[in-house]
Design a protein around this ligand. Sequence first.
Ligand SMILES: Nc1ncnc2c1ncn2[C@@H]1O[C@H](COP(=O)(O)OP(=O)(O)O)[C@@H](O)[C@H]1O
Ligand SMILES: N[C@@H](CCOP(=O)(O)O)C(=O)O
Length: 315
Amino acid sequence: MIKIYAPASIGNVGVGFDILGAAIIPINGTLLGDLVTIKPSTQFKLVNTGIFSNKLPKNTNQNIVWKCWLKFCQIIKKNVPVSIILEKNMPIGSGLGSSACSVVATLVAMNEFCDKPLNSKELLLLMGEIEGEISGSIHYDNVAPSYLGGLQLILEDSEIISQKIPNFKNWFWVIAWPGINVSTAEARDILPKKYKKEICIKNNRYLAGFIHASYSKQPHLAARLMQDFIAEPYRIKILPNFLEAKEKIKKIGAISCGISGSGPALFAVADNIHIAEEISLWLRKNYLQNNTGFVHICFLDLKGVRQLGQNNETL
Ligand SMILES: Nc1ncnc2c1ncn2[C@@H]1O[C@H](COP(=O)(O)OP(=O)(O)O)[C@@H](O)[C@H]1O
Ligand SMILES: N[C@@H](CCOP(=O)(O)O)C(=O)O
C-alpha cells in the first residue's frame, strides 16, 4: 500500500502570476491537502472520501485522479490495475490548489507504486499538462510547490521547470477560504489577452525586486513588492469582499495581502504570531460566508509531497 499526501498551495503569491507558488502547512501541524492511497487490484477502482468528496464529479471518468492514472499508464505503456482512495480534503475552486493536490498525490503515488519509472522532471511536466487541461492553460504555480515544497519560482527553462527560492523564516501565512467556489478556468478567462508596456515593466520590476529581496534577506522590501498588477485588478469584481478585507488586514498589521491563486481564498503575511492571530480572528468573523469556510495560520511547507504511514505520520 502507498499513501501519499500533497499539500495545499498559494498560487501567484501576489507578485508572480503563474510564476510563484508556495506550499503551506498549518502551524499546528494538521495536514491541509489531499491524500491518495493505492493498493493492488484486479481492475481500476476509485473511492472518494474526505470532507469535500461530495463536491467531486459523480462520474469517475471526470475525476482528475482517473485522468492521472490513465495518462500515467499510457506514458509507461502498461495497464496498472489499482484500487485508489482519494481523501478529498481541499475544497474545489478555492484558490488553494485543490486540483493540484489531487494531481500531485496521484502521480507520485502511481510512480512509487510502479517503482519510479518517471523521473522528477517527467512527473512535473505531466502534472503541469494535466493541471492545464483543467484550468485552460498550463501553469505550474500550484503543482510545483505541492510537489517540491517551499516557495517555488517557475522557470520553464529547457532543463529546469521550477526551483525553490529562499523564504523568510518568521513569516506567518494566514489563509482564509470563505466557503464559496470560483472556477480557475473562469477566473483565467476574465483576464486581458494583452497588457500595456508600462504594466509589463512594472510587473517585471516588482517580481525581480521580490526575488532580489528574498536572496538578500530584506523581508520588508520583499513584502512591499508583493503586488499584483496582472490578475488582482480584474479579479476583484468576482471577489466582492476582497478589497475591504485587504484594507482591514493591512491596518491590523499584515505586511502583505493578496488573492490566493484565482481566489476566493486570500492570503496575508504577518511577521509575528500576535498579528497573525489577530488577522485570523478578524477573517473568521468577517470573511467567511458559511460554516464550511476556514482560516489557518500557516508556515511554508518546505517538504512538499510525502509518503505517510497508516496513522498519517510522515515516513
Ligand atoms: N480530484 C479532484 N480535485 C479537484 N477538482 C477536481 C477533481 N476531479 C475533478 N475535478 C474538477 O476539476 C475542476 C477543478 O476546478 P478548479 O477551479 O481548477 O479547482 P482548484 O482551483 O481548486 O484547483 C472542477 O471542475 C472539478 O469538478
Ligand atoms: N496562477 C493561477 C493559479 C490558480 O490557482 P488555483 O488554486 O485558483 O487553482 C491563476 O491565478 O490563475
